[in-house]
Design a protein around this ligand. Sequence first.
Ligand SMILES: Cc1ncc(COP(=O)(O)O)c(/C=N/[C@H](C)c2ccccc2)c1O
Length: 482
Amino acid sequence: MSKTDWSLVEEWDNKYILRTFSTQDEYQTVPIESTEGDYLVMPDGTRLLDFFNQLYCVNTGQRNKKINDAIKKALDRYGYVWDTFTTDYKAKAAKLIMEDILGEEDWPGKIRFVSTGSEANETALFLARLYKNRPNVITREYGFHGWTGGASTLTRIKGVRSGITETEEDTTPRHIPGRNDGTIAVAPSPNCMRCSLGHTYGSCHDKETGELACVTYTRRMIENKGPEQVAGIVTEVTQGAGSVKPPKEYIPQIRKMTKDLDILWIVDEVLTGFGRTGNWFNYQEYGVEPDIMTMAKGISSSTIPAGAVIVNKEIAEFMDQYRWETVSTYSGHPIAMAAVCANIEYMIEENLIEKADETGQYIGKRLNELKEKHPTVGLVAGSGVLWIVELVKDEQNRPFIPLDRNTSHEVDPSSYPINIVNAKAMEKGVLIGGFVPNTLRIGCSLNTSKEDVDKMIDALDYALDHLDKVAEDMQTKEKVVE
Ligand SMILES: Cc1ncc(COP(=O)(O)O)c(/C=N/[C@H](C)c2ccccc2)c1O
């Protein structure tokens, strides 16, 4: 094979590709020549240990042999047929999800395959509004549900709404004009450490019902709009990009609220699904069942794009009566379905869900050791191979970047603590970071080794030593100003 001319690759990349999250001038090329397990390999042979797991989506590790072999075998038989045709791969993928994974639960009715998480959430929005024949949908602060038309109206992290921001500080971001048609309402996030309602966990429960203040606020919002006007509420169980793990009673209380008000609970498991949090799906940690569930990412470990929506039995029976006039070119693509089948079979054969849970116990133990050592670690929370580390600048747990999850690049991103940590960890060949300025979002494949967890911890320890000094300097400067 001819040796790749990476200088030419870099020239073409810089000349023709529209950038994300940086201006063209800011863009720093990070060439990746190949990938393996939890590592990215650069053209010069540098191996980067990826504790983003890309976008928390390579659940069975890079270039999983079982999945790759299955794709090659499928290519001997298929190019492509569209969703109206039946293939063994699509039928088997449905069976594996509906029976082998969810067979002990009573709620699942039917499944529709799509290609991405955004498309899964677009589809869920259609189905909820069609089934309830109501226009309004509730989302939450800091939710991330995709970047396409409808899904992006559900996405409420300020800095990830596909808008554009200038490099000068304190400039106003330009969000996409005319995107919100008024049918979306935003409920509080269960972010106890930075409660938008000003409460403190432990003293925010209703004295009679025990309901959390954020759940009661959400309930009142829906009552005020009229539940008969609301199709449902879309939630991640643990907010992925928004980096919020809720208190244990939040999800069960949200589920009770949806039943009280007769609205649908649409759970977005795009990022948390397929073992990421130590269960097949994150909602299972709370002993509740959704009406609609969306998934993508880990469904194929991102080897080939795939997603899906599962509706409960009542919605499935309703939809079976009608000709549902939707079509998407790649839904149920046979090669993607072959990857989904191999991915799920590998997870079952290797007991990866249990392994992710065990790995999560170890990651949590190691991260809490760092919390004891470093004053800039204000909170560690997570399960499986999805963890958050809240970075704080003082003993009052104040954030380095005051706007926190409502930051949209108002200040130079290089001053974000996540980027300070990222730069220092990179010196040790480890990729760690996040997507909201004060919170590390740590993830890896379900079959990560203990040695690689230790390598990540060592790099994070090294980076936090530096961040501790940054915080000390900030406090010294603040004292001088006072
Ligand atoms: C809960 C959830 N739902 C839907 C989507 C949309 O899926 P897609 O991209 O259309 O396949 C995503 C995507 N995550 C993005 C890429 C992300 C993840 C971590 C940090 C920042 C961004 C998601 O996390």
